[in-house]
Design a protein around this ligand. Structure first.
Ligand SMILES: [Zn+2]
Length: 137
C-alpha cells in the first residue's frame, strides 16, 4: 500500500473522504508514526496564514522552498508554521539540495547583512540631514 499524499491526509483530517478511504488512511497512520507527524505539520502549516504557506505548500508540495525562504529561516524571520515545514523538509525528507543551501546560508554572517542594512539607512539619513547629494549606489 502506498503512503497517502498530503492532499489525502488533509482530506482525511477534514473528513472529506469516503468511509472506505478514511479507513485506509487511519490504518496507514497507525502503522507509520512519521505519517502522523506529517499530518500534524500539514495542519499547523495550513492554520498559519503567514508567508502564504498554503500556497507554497499547494504549489510546491514537498519540493524545495525558495532560497529566500531559507534565508528568512536562518534569520528567524519565519512563523512557527513555516519553520516547521522547513524543519520537516530537512529532517524528515532529508533534502540534500536544501541542506546544502541552508548550510551555505548559515555560513554567511547574517549579522553582516543586518549591519549593512543599518549602516545604509544611517548613511542615507545622515546624508539627508547634511544636505549631502553625493553619490549613492
Ligand atoms: Zn529541498
Amino acid at each position: 500500500m502506498s503512503a497517502p499524499t498530503d492532499d489525502e491526509l488533509l482530506a482525511y483530517a477534514d473528513e472529506r473522504l469516503s468511509t472506505e478511504s478514511c479507513a485506509v488512511i487511519e490504518q496507514s497512520l497507525r502503522g507509520d508514526p512519521l505519517l502522523g507527524k506529517r499530518l500534524a505539520t500539514l495542519l499547523s502549516l495550513r492554520d498559519q496564514g503567514n508567508f502564504s504557506v498554503g500556497e507554497l505548500w499547494r504549489q510546491q508540495r514537498l519540493s524545495c522552498p525558495p532560497r529566500a525562504v531559507w534565508a528568512a529561516y536562518v534569520d528567524n524571520r519565519l512563523g512557527d508554521g513555516l519553520s516547521q515545514y522547513l524543519q520537516f523538509h530537512i529532517e524528515e525528507i532529508g533534502c540534500r539540495v536544501c541542506m546544502a543551501n541552508l548550510d551555505d546560508l548559515k555560513r554567511r554572517d547574517t549579522s553582516t547583512e543586518a549591519e549593512r542594512r543599518t549602516r545604509k539607512i544611517f548613511q542615507s539619513s545622515a546624508g539627508n540631514l547634511a544636505g549631502n547629494t553625493a553619490s549613492s549606489e
